[in-house]
Design a protein around this ligand. Sequence first.
Ligand code: SAH
Length: 203
Amino acid sequence: MRLRTLEIALEGLEGFGRPDPRTEQYGTPAVLAARLLHHAHLLGDIGGKAVCDLGTGTGILACGAALLGAARVVGVELDPDALAVARRNAARLGAEVTFVPGDVRDRSLIDGLGSFDTVVMNPPFGAQDPHADRPFVDAALTLAPVVYGIFNTGSIPFMEAYTAGRAEIEFAIGGILPLRRTFPFHRRDVVEIDVEILRLVRR
Ligand code: SAH
């Protein structure tokens, strides 16, 4: 599937109804989600693979992975409202995804998911809760040998220090995350933050 075709499919998906600032529910824009998935696909990490999306939200990364021919896709999410949207999105695309309600910090939940080839995720950046992304990184490296995550630009040194001895960090691609005025504390209508998509390879 061409990148543009994937973007168009993902652009049609339903977003968060009432985003919850505490869990940093910023949906990944279709263009960025498609770039992450397409890049991962070109490196052989999606097609025919078992893929897990941590904090799947409305399911955009999980659905996109299924569209690119992943053999098995699981999406884990804390928020039941987001999961309801994710299920509608998957049905709309005819994407086969298993959605699992639960908390990424729950070790027994993560251990019970089994193992995957690839994790994709747009974790909370830790703007509300510092280090909120850490349990995502830990769970991801438990689940799969290859992880793609969207992080604030400049995160590489922190990520290298945090995963030292556990993973190699590779820069995959950069992008922009436009954050709309979703929450009352946002002062501008749209703020664009630079992000980088990192590929973590388990040692
Ligand atoms: N993956 C989606 C959503 C990103 S926003 C996308 O790319 O558009 C981050 C998501 O992680 C939110 O849906 C939030 O509810 C979820 N989340 C935050 N903390 C979580 C946790 N501890 N366990 C599971 N999901 C969590």
